[in-house]
Design a protein around this ligand. Structure first.
Ligand SMILES: Cc1cc2nc3c(=O)[nH]c(=O)nc-3n(C[C@H](O)[C@H](O)[C@H](O)COP(=O)(O)O)c2cc1C
Length: 483
């Protein structure tokens, strides 16, 4: 149950992105966060609140329901008794509020505070101000670069100066205007408020807008990094030298705009040349490459630079870790740095499964935008695909036709062939359409221009639910490679 809750939270968390919005600077004036060229990335939301009698807690839970953020209760080390809270009695709460140095201790803390970039901070109004335990909380972490959104509940007072008086405790943060709620505030009132902040729902990465595609023109999916990636591409594993170059050129001429490569394929140089020699503008092409465990994970900066140099196309659209291995977190962190430096735009992982993903995500700052795994009708990853989607991670299939030595069998599978005949398309087209209709990006590899064109011509037919189910039933959980 706890696991389910955690997964649900992560789903929701991944579904929210933060767009430019009005904010209040420490001096109280309003300004608009600057717009820049980089698309808004997914925000990790924390809802931290202090509540003695449950009113603030209720609002915090509504914010959690709306944003899918992580709820954290600020628990005092010494709980407040009823007598402590009896205000205007000269009791504990009264005394603390009158003492500028009071900092009641907190029990426990926020795990991985660094991963949150938006913090909702909730408290009850105590004598017109935030309780001193909120001061303790703000002094316990580094909020630099984070956006803090205060909210409070009270008997009748407004938020007043309670929020602005907190600004000096987290000067490096961007403080948004706070909001006061009364007891019994409804979910819809909180929803409306959150909407007004400019938090916007990111597109669902499990469903593609296939209707907007045309043969020779694949639609795109919006990644959690904010960038758009085509949902069909060219895989270049085993393509080398002039064959690789010619294949990439044929793909670009056919309208393919997603090219997948890797250091390990030994063809980054040729792919870069093909792109530069084509008449397709660089910005229209999305290039994925990968760095490999071992030497490259030990010296990731050099590995990243090697890919940049070999490709020689300015920036890299997406870089993946090729598979889990020693120093993978270190290598990913170097890739995060390269994102900050504008050398790479989005990050992802290859050959990562459910067992590894949560642990990995908790150790890095930028959530992977993509997981690229072996997926085909005989190895469908029926659990992995929705799991990644729920984290806001796009799933991409390598070996979409079953892989070397198995493609023949898959392309002549009775069920697939029957469906292909019904639509007057090829078995390969049926399989690609199946991938796309289940929300999986495919990168078929081919050096045959006719096949390349065929592979990007899957937008003039669609599979019925029954046909999708028939293909789902072909799953044998049969992996064709070791990764
Ligand atoms: C010590 C103390 C001081 C308070 N001062 C105010 C106040 O100045 N104005 C007000 O409207 N309510 C005041 N209240 C009421 C609380 O703000 C209100 O009941 C709040 O919603 C309680 O939140 P909680 O249930 O999350 O603890 C005070 C309560 C306490 C315990």
């Amino acid at each position: 149950m706890k696991k389910l809750l955690r997964i649900t939270l992560m789903i929701m968390m991944a579904l929210f992105s933060f767009s430019a919005c009005n904010s209040t600077n420490p001096s109280g004036g309003n300004h608009t966060l600057p717009e820049n060229d980089t698309p808004a990335a997914v925000s990790n939301v924390l809802i931290a609140y202090f509540s003695c009698t449950g009113t603030t807690k209720g609002v915090a839970e509504h914010i959690e329901a709306k944003t899918g953020g992580t709820l954290y209760e600020i628990v005092p080390q010494i709980p407040y008794t009823e007598a402590d809270l009896d205000y205007y009695s000269g009791g504990r709460a009264d005394k603390e509020q009158a003492d500028s140095t009071a900092r009641p201790k907190i029990s426990g803390g926020v795990e991985n505070m660094e991963k949150y970039n938006v913090v909702f901070l909730g408290y009850p109004i105590w004598h017109g101000q935030a309780p001193k335990i909120i001061y303790t909380f703000l002094e316990s972490y580094d909020f630099s670069g984070k956006t803090i959104i205060p909210f409070c509940t009270s008997h009748s007072s407004g938020i007043g100066s309670s929020a602005t008086n907190l600004h000096s405790l987290a000067e490096g943060a961007t403080w948004l205007d706070g909001r006061r709620f009364s007891s019994g505030t409804s979910q819809s009132a909180v929803d409306e408020w959150v909407d007004s902040l400019g938090l916007k729902v990111a597109p669902d990465v499990s469903v593609f807008d296939l209707g907007s595609g045309e043969n020779g023109h694949a639609p795109t999916v919006t990644l959690n990094s904010g960038y758009e990636m085509p949902i069909l591409g060219l895989g270049t594993y085993s393509l080398t030298g002039e064959t690789c170059k010619a294949s990439v050129k044929a793909a670009l001429e056919s309208g393919v705009r997603l090219i997948d490569t890797a250091h390990m394929y030994g063809n980054e140089r040729e792919i870069g040349e093909a792109i530069r020699e084509s008449n397709v503008p660089r910005e229209e092409i999305f290039v994925i490459t990968k760095i490999y465990p071992g030497e490259q994970y030990s010296h990731p900066e050099e590995a990243i630079q090697e890919s940049l140099d070999k490709l020689n196309i300015g920036y890299i659209d997406m870089m993946l870790l090729h598979h889990p291995g020693a120093n993978d977190v270190k290598a990913y962190k170097a890739m995060e740095k390269a994102v900050a430096d504008g050398k790479i735009r989005s990050l992802g992982l290859s050959n990562w499964y459910i067992e590894e993903i949560d642990d990995f995500i908790s150790q890095v700052d930028i959530r992977p935008a993509l997981v690229q795994n072996e997926i085909h009708p005989y190895y469908q990853e029926q659990a992995v695909v929705p799991y990644m989607h729920n984290l806001g991670i796009v799933v991409q299939a390598w070996y979409p036709f079953g892989g070397r030595g198995h493609t023949g069998e898959l392309l002549s599978d009775e069920t697939i062939v029957k469906i292909a005949e019904a639509h007057n398309v090829t078995a390969a087209q049926v399989i690609l359409r199946w991938h796309l209709q289940r929300g999986v990006v495919a990168i078929p590899g081919s050096s045959d221009p006719a096949h390349i064109l065929e592979n990007i011509s899957v937008f003039d037919f669609s599979l019925s639910n029954e046909e999708m189910n028939e293909i789902a039933a072909l799953d044998r959980n049969e992996k064709h490679d070791w990764y």
